[in-house]
Design a protein around this ligand. Structure first.
Ligand code: HXC
Length: 513
């Protein structure tokens, strides 16, 4: 055997678990698993096949020639999760801080290319100090090679990024272009510029955790879709997420076994409060409609006025988008529109049917919203629904007012089946606001303007605060009792299972980004 190769093979044998006990201990001391342990817990037992274990970097500057570690700071390969193929890379922080060299990038690109060719999801376990500083532009080029591939595979295979350590500078843009980001609380952070640069440029004092920790990105920026208490929890969440999504854009998620029972849910008949301005928790409605315990919420702490997530309905995977009356009365605003639009587009990319639960009083008014482009951002959701070709069903539980009625998966923008509960109110706006505008003269000239307003409000509410006008026009297919919602949805989604839609040929649409 070639002398050099022999030494490498020996080194590899000695570094089976990330390169020596001291390096393993250094990760554990920080509450983190090693790259290999992470892969071990992610994949089915004995399913991992490593690719590129003998790769070493080519750098000769700054004494790098003598510092070689097999695999060059990233473990790559493939294996199965619950029997389904995935490709994976896991950065090894114990080798040059997991920093990305030219060869480290080549290894990641190789599994990305293989994942694309094999039509299997790509999982990235990120834990890296960013560009390998000793390699200069070679490292930057490596990042760009990854970014380019993130875009080429987008919408073809699912891409999931777990942030399990540092992720800073331009490195954040690879996860940002994947479908889902998970962050581990306490040990991960993401930012374009760190606290020191922030202090120098803006004079703000902020910690890494405050600037770009898991809870910051889960609630303030919405950059991360999920957070996890630790590495194991993060890996469990990746597995759960994978269970709802297909292998690629022409695949279908495997159904779970299901036997149809009577499927009525009487509890739903009592969920809408007497007073239309009283909130209720839409997640209780979801829990009753979906298969028991199957709802997996995405972006839980960001833009809480809309709820999105995956669930099973009669064993089938579906995506749910639901206004949340418990938060800001369920209005649409900048953040909720962006959050829902992103989710709708993911479901549509990957053939996941969508259920919309609608209770929306309209768009949030105010300078903050207008100046932050509620026009452009609201349009994202409208655009996302309008271009979606997967089976799409809406249930209006209560309010469906104004432009928000159109946006929230109305029949007019391509929804397949639209149901309403008897409590639905489908109108241009609420009765009070509407009466104040259209009966202004009558009210002003009345002897008792307040009494007149109440009278007109009642008249308007009787005419429009119900689902029957919309049903008479066919904009609503059926007014149903809340208790029969689950049963109706099971049948409707089954009927739509083989839905086919042809769109006009084009290069790609121009979503209002
Ligand atoms: C080479 C690196 C490195 C890097 C860390 N190391 N980052 N080596 N290139 N980018 C090495 C350290 O020298 C050290 O080596 C080991 O990894 C562990 O690092 P520590 O600093 O001891 O660890 P810790 O205290 O946990 O701090 C981690 C860290 C810090 C916060 C990530 O290392 C750090 O700030 N690194 C630099 C981050 C950075 O500026 N990266 C470039 C960003 S720009 P030894 O031998 O001592 O164990 C970028 C652009 C991408 O990434 C652009 C894409 C378009």
């Amino acid at each position: 055997m070639d002398k050099k190769f022999e030494t490498l093979a020996e080194k590899l044998a000695a570094s089976k678990l990330g390169g020596g006990q001291a390096r393993i201990d250094s990760q554990h001391k920080k509450g983190k698993l090693t790259a290999r342990e992470r892969i071990h817990f992610l994949l089915d037992p004995d399913s991992f096949e490593e690719i590129g274990a003998l790769v070493t970097h080519r750098s000769t500057d700054f004494g790098m020639e003598s510092q070689q570690f097999l695999g060059d700071g990233v473990v790559t390969g493939y294996g199965t999760v619950k029997g389904r193929l995935i490709y994976v890379f896991a950065q090894d922080f114990t080798v040059f801080g997991g920093s990305l060299s030219e060869t480290h990038a080549e290894k990641i690109c190789k599994v990305m290319d293989l994942a694309l060719k094999s039509g299997a999801p790509l999982i990235g376990l990120n834990d890296s100090g960013g560009a390998r500083i000793q390699e200069g532009v070679n490292s930057l080029g490596g990042y760009a090679d990854i970014f380019f591939r993130n875009v080429q595979v987008s919408g073809v295979i699912p891409q999931i990024s777990a942030i399990m350590g540092p992720c800073a500078g331009g490195a954040v843009y690879s996860p940002a272009m994947t479908d889902f980001i998970l962050m581990v609380e306490g040990s991960s952070y993401m930012f374009v510029t760190g606290p020191n640069v922030v202090k120098t440029v803006t004079n703000e004092t902020v910690t890494s955790e405050e600037l770009g920790g898991a809870s910051t990105h889960a609630s303030k920026s919405g950059v991360t879709h999920l957070t996890a208490a630790n590495d194991i929890d993060c890996i469990d969440k990746i597995k759960r997420l994978l269970s709802y999504i297909p292998q690629n854009c022409v695949d279908k998620v495997p159904d779970l076994p299901f036997e149809l029972g009577e499927e009525y849910r009487e509890e739903l008949n009592n969920i809408i409060p007497e007073n239309a301005n009283q909130p209720y928790d839409i997640k209780e409605v979801i829990a009753q409609i979906a298969d028991e315990g199957s709802f997996f919420e995405i972006h839980e702490h960001y833009a809480e006025n809309i709820v999105v997530g995956f669930a099973r309905l009669a064993g089938r995977s579906i995506g749910i988008i639901a206004n949340q009356p418990m938060s800001l009365a369920g209005v649409l605003d900048v953040n909720s529109s962006k959050k829902a639009a992103r989710f709708v587009r993911f479901c549509d990319c990957f053939n996941i049917p969508m259920l919309v639960l609608e209770d929306v009083p309209g768009f949030l008014p105010g300078t903050d919203q207008e100046w932050n482009a509620i026009i452009t951002n609201g349009a994202k959701l409208l655009y996302a629904f309008s271009e979606a070709t997967v089976p799409r069903i809406t249930v209006i539980t209560r309010k469906a007012y104004g432009g928000a009625y159109d946006v929230m998966n109305s029949k007019h923008i391509g929804a397949d089946m639209n149901f309403a509960w008897p409590s639905a109110e489908i109108a241009v706006m609420g009765a009070k606001g509407a009466s104040e505008i259209i009966f202004k003269k009558e009210i002003d000239s009345a002897e008792d303007p307040a009494a007149k307003l109440t009278e007109k409000e009642q008249e308007y509410a009787e005419k429009f605060a119900n689902p029957y006008r919309a049903a008479a026009r066919g904009f609503i297919d059926e007014v149903i009792q809340p208790s029969e919602t689950r049963r109706k949805l099971i049948k409707a989604f089954a009927a739509l299972e083989h839905k086919v839609v042809q769109r006009p040929k084009r290069k790609h649409g121009n979503v209002p980004l």
